[in-house]
Design a protein around this ligand. Structure first.
Ligand SMILES: Cc1cc2nc3c(=O)[nH]c(=O)nc-3n(C[C@H](O)[C@H](O)[C@H](O)COP(=O)(O)O)c2cc1C
Length: 408
C-alpha cells in the first residue's frame, strides 16, 4: 500500500462509524488516505476521528480551498489511485448514477480515472428497491465495483441484506483491486493448496495432521494482492475464506488431487503448501466402528497419490513445493525438489512451524538456498511471493487483460 493514494468517501449512514477502522488499517498499511465526508456523514461521525486516524485533513465541502492553490474540487480525484465509498448510501448511489457533481464526493468520482469501489449500506427495502438496483446496474456498466452488502440484523429491528461489508472485507477487496491494476502478478493464474487432509476411518473418525492452513491462506492473499487470479484448494483448516480468492474445499488427498488438477488449466504457478497424507485407510467403514474389548484394531493403509510427483512432466507450469520435516530438513527438502521435478521447495521445521503463527524457512532451487528469518506467516508469504516473481521475471511477467474491471 506504500505510495498508494486512496480517497475514502464516507456517506450518511449509521454504518459510517465502522469505516474509522478501515481508514486506520489502510493508513497503517502505508496508504495515503484522504477522507471525503458528505454533509450527511458529518451527522453520524466527526471529521476529527478520520483526521486523527489518517493524519490527513478531512474534506467535507466543494468550497474548501486547498492550501497548495491547485484546483481543489477535482484534485483529489485526479491524483487518486483508488476511490472507495463506504458506506455508500442509496442517495449517493443515485447521484453517482446520474453523474451529478453537487458535492465534493460526487465531483471527485466524476473527475477520477482511478477505479471506484462502492460498499453500500442501507435498509434492505432500500437495497432491493428497483431504483437502487437500476442505479447500481448503471454504475457497474461503467466499471464501478460494487461490493455486496452483508445479510443480517440492521440498526433498526429488521433482518435482511443491507449491512455494510466488514471493514476487513472492504480492505481485502481494495487490495485485490489495486493488485489487478498494477500488481506484479496481474493477469497470472496461481493455484495454491493449503491445510491438512482428513482420511476417513469411519463416518466420524479420520487420520489427520496438525497443519492449520494459515501459511497457504497467507500465500493466497499475497498472490491476490499482487494481482493474480488465485485458486485456493483448501483441505482441513479453520481459516476463513479470503476475499477475492476462488476457494475449493476438500477433505482427502484424492479429492485434493482432483481439485488441484481441475484448477491447473491455464495456470502459471502452483504452490503446494498443503500437508497431504501419504497414506489413507484402505477402506473407510460405512458405520461407526465399535470398540471390541481386548482386541487390537488393525487398519490397513494404502498409498495416496503423489500430487506433485505426478505433475513432474508439466514443464509449462512453475511448481513450488513445501517440505516440513522434523530432522535432516535441508537434505530431505533437496531430495524432494529433485525427485518431484520442482522449480523450488520451501523447507521448514515441522515442529516449529506447523500450527504456529510464525515460520522460518529456507527456499531451495537449482541456484542454491535462501533463508528467511522467523516471522509472521503473512509477512513470510508476501516475501515468498515477491521472491518467486523476482526469480522468474519472464515466466511470471504481468499480462494486461483489458482496462475494464468486472464487477464482483
Ligand atoms: C438515522 C439515519 C440513518 C440512515 N442510514 C442510512 C443508511 O444506512 N443508508 C442509506 O442509504 N441512507 C441512510 N440514511 C439516509 C441518508 O442519510 C440520506 O439519504 C442522506 O441524504 C444521504 O446523504 P449522502 O448520500 O450525501 O451521505 C439514514 C438517515 C438517518 C436519519
Amino acid at each position: 500500500m506504500e505510495a498508494t493514494r486512496i480517497v475514502l468517501g464516507v456517506c450518511g449512514s449509521i454504518a459510517a462509524y465502522k469505516v474509522a477502522e478501515l481508514a486506520r488499517n489502510l493508513t497503517l498499511a502505508g496508504a495515503q488516505v484522504d477522507v471525503v465526508m458528505t454533509e450527511a456523514a458529518s451527522r453520524f461521525v466527526g471529521a476529527a476521528t478520520f483526521q486523527a486516524l489518517t493524519g490527513r485533513p478531512v474534506r467535507t465541502s466543494l468550497w474548501d480551498l486547498p492550501e497548495d492553490g491547485v484546483v481543489g474540487h477535482v484534485s483529489l480525484g485526479v491524483h487518486a489511485d483508488l476511490v472507495v465509498i463506504a458506506p455508500a448510501t442509496a442517495d449517493a448511489i443515485a447521484r453517482l448514477a446520474a453523474g451529478m457533481a453537487d458535492d465534493l464526493l460526487t465531483t471527485t468520482v466524476l473527475a477520477t480515472s482511478a477505479p471506484v469501489m462502492l460498499a453500500p449500506a442501507m435498509n434492505p427495502a432500500m437495497w432491493h428497491h428497483p431504483a437502487t438496483q437500476a442505479n447500481l446496474a448503471t454504475l457497474r456498466r461503467r466499471g464501478v465495483i460494487v461490493l455486496e452488502p452483508a445479510y443480517g440484523r440492521m440498526a433498526e429491528p429488521v433482518i435482511g441484506q443491507g449491512r455494510l461489508p466488514e471493514p476487513a472485507i472492504i480492505e481485502a477487496e481494495a487490495r485485490a483491486l489495486l493488485g489487478r491494476r498494477r500488481g506484479a502478478l496481474r493477469g497470472r493464474r496461481v493455484v495454491i493448496s493449503a491445510g491438512g487432509t482428513h482420511e476417513p476411518i469411519d463416518p466420524v473418525r479420520f487420520i489427520g495432521n496438525r497443519a492449520s492452513g494459515r501459511m497457504g491462506f497467507a500465500l493466497a492473499v499475497a498472490a491476490r494482492d499482487q494481482g493474480a487470479s488465485v485458486h485456493l484448494i483448501a483441505g482441513a483448516t479453520s481459516e476463513p475464506p479470503p476475499s477475492a480468492v476462488d476457494v475449493v474445499r476438500v477433505a482427502t488427498a484424492v479429492q485434493m488431487q482432483q481439485a488441484v488438477l481441475a484448477a491447473l488449466d491455464g495456470a502459471d504457478l502452483l504452490i503446494m503448501n498443503a500437508a497431504v497424507a501419504d497414506y489413507r485407510p484402505a477402506q473407510a467403514a460405512e458405520a461407526k466402528l465399535k470398540k471390541r474389548r481386548g482386541a487390537p484394531l488393525q487398519l490397513t493403509l494404502v498409498e495416496n497419490p503423489d500430487i506433485l510427483g505426478e505433475l513432474a512432466a508439466r514443464r509449462d507450469l512453475l511448481k513450488i513445493g513445501f517440505a516440513a520435516e522434523t530432522h535432516d530438513l535441508l537434505q530431505h527438502a533437496r531430495d524432494k525438489l529433485e525427485r518431484k521435478g520442482l522449480d523450488a521447495i520451501v523447507a521448514n521445521d515441522a515442529l516449529a512451524s506447523i500450527g504456529s503463527a510464525d515460520i522460518a524457512l529456507t527456499v531451495l532451487d537449482d541456484r542454491g538456498a535462501l533463508t528467511f528469518e522467523r516471522m509472521p506467516k503473512e509477512r513470510a508469504a508476501a516475501q515468498l511471493v515477491a521472491w518467486t516473481v523476482a526469480r522468474w521475471p519472464e515466466r511470471l511477467a504481468p499480462v494486461e487483460r483489458g482496462v475494464h474491471e468486472r464487477s464482483r
